[in-house]
Design a protein around this ligand. Structure first.
Ligand SMILES: NC(=O)C1=CN([C@@H]2O[C@H](COP(=O)(O)OP(=O)(O)OC[C@H]3O[C@@H](n4cnc5c(N)ncnc54)[C@H](OP(=O)(O)O)[C@@H]3O)[C@@H](O)[C@H]2O)C=CC1
Ligand SMILES: O=C(O)[C@@H]1CCC=N1
Length: 276
């Protein structure tokens, strides 16, 4: 589908919270005409682009057909709503799902027809065009469907594809949930900075700006994080003193492993939710 055609496409978004809202914002930036987007959400979205229609349930939807339907409700809600949207989906509709865990097989069961379904695991940096989106297409999805998905998500950041659906659990643990790990590290670093520097406002600023600069350097340099770390670390200097604490007994290594495994396991559990 060409970009001009995409602007005319009818898009239905079911669930418009933090992640769905971020994606719609990106799409309204010249990709899809806001007038062609309908969102269903019982809670009014506070910062909706002008022109986007918001309704609170399927009975209020005014269009009969949508080219793209994106599922952006919590995985736990999906079994309760899946049967309600079949009337708006035709064989030509591409279903996108950003829900953690929920497998294409469960989504295909929304309709009786053979349905193109693409799962996309995004993350919240999509709000600033620096998201990571990882996609998996079911067997029905065509190369055109995949190209449409690329077109829709590449303005929001980098787009990657996996070809084994079970990889989506690990993907969710790494890039879907990943921003929260860095934010938690930032929380800890800000708290520690405030204990170290009297000017607490400056302390918080220094910690956050440093994480931003380090992330940007890592993204722009071809070198691995270890090499970048070694560049900061003077022999017997201040960084070495701090790293000896952070790296002692491989505690952080083990924690990172356990955390990613816990997230991946939870994704697997979410895939076992039964229809209501
Ligand atoms: N947040 C993130 O970083 C990421 C989230 N995801 C996935 O995105 C999906 C949404 O997550 P997130 O945006 O964080 O969650 P939110 O709770 O912010 O958004 C979900 C929205 O769905 C609404 N909703 C609840 N019931 C219905 C219904 N019956 N029909 C339509 N809308 C409904 C909720 O309203 P109300 O608040 O009133 O319940 C809410 O506004 C999840 O499946 C999650 O796994 C994927 C990657 C990253
Ligand atoms: O926490 C969650 O379940 C969702 C999926 C990835 C990020 N947030």
């Amino acid at each position: 589908m060409m970009k001009d055609e995409l602007r005319q496409s009818k898009v239905l978004v079911i669930g418009c919270g933090r992640m769905g809202g971020a994606i719609i914002k990106g799409w309204c930036n010249g990709l899809v005409a806001p007038d062609n987007i309908t969102i269903v959400d019982p809670t009014p979205f506070p910062d909706l682009v002008s022109g986007v229609k918001q309704v609170s349930g399927p009975e209020e939807i005014t269009d009969d057909f949508f080219d793209v339907v994106m599922l952006a409700v919590k995985p736990q809600i999906f079994p309760k709503i899946m049967s309600l949207y079949a009337p708006f989906i035709s064989e030509k509709t591409l279903i996108l799902s950003i829900m953690a865990g929920v497998e294409t097989q469960a989504i295909e069961a929304m309709t009786d027809s053979k349905q193109a379904v693409i799962r996309v695991m995004p993350n919240t940096p999509a709000l600033v065009g620096a998201g990571v989106m990882v996609c998996f297409a079911n067997a029905v999805a065509t190369p055109q469907n995949e190209a449409l998905c690329d077109t829709l998500f590449s303005p929001l950041g980098s787009v990657h594809w996996v070809h084994d659906e079970s990889d989506m659990h690990a993907v969710t643990a790494i890039s879907g949930s990943g921003p929260a790990y860095l934010f938690y590290f930032a929380e800890c670093m800000v708290a520690a900075a405030k204990n170290t520097l009297k000017d607490e406002v400056l302390a918080a600023k220094l910690a956050k700006e440093t994480l931003y600069g380090a992330a940007l350097l890592m993204q722009q340099e071809a070198r691995e994080p270890m090499a970048l770390r070694q560049e900061v670390t003077s022999p017997n200097g201040t960084t070495q003193a701090a790293l000896e604490v952070l790296m002692s007994d491989g505690v952080l290594d083990a924690l990172a492993n356990n955390a990613l495994q816990a997230a991946s396991k939870r994704s697997l559990e979410l895939s076992a939710l039964e229809p209501a």
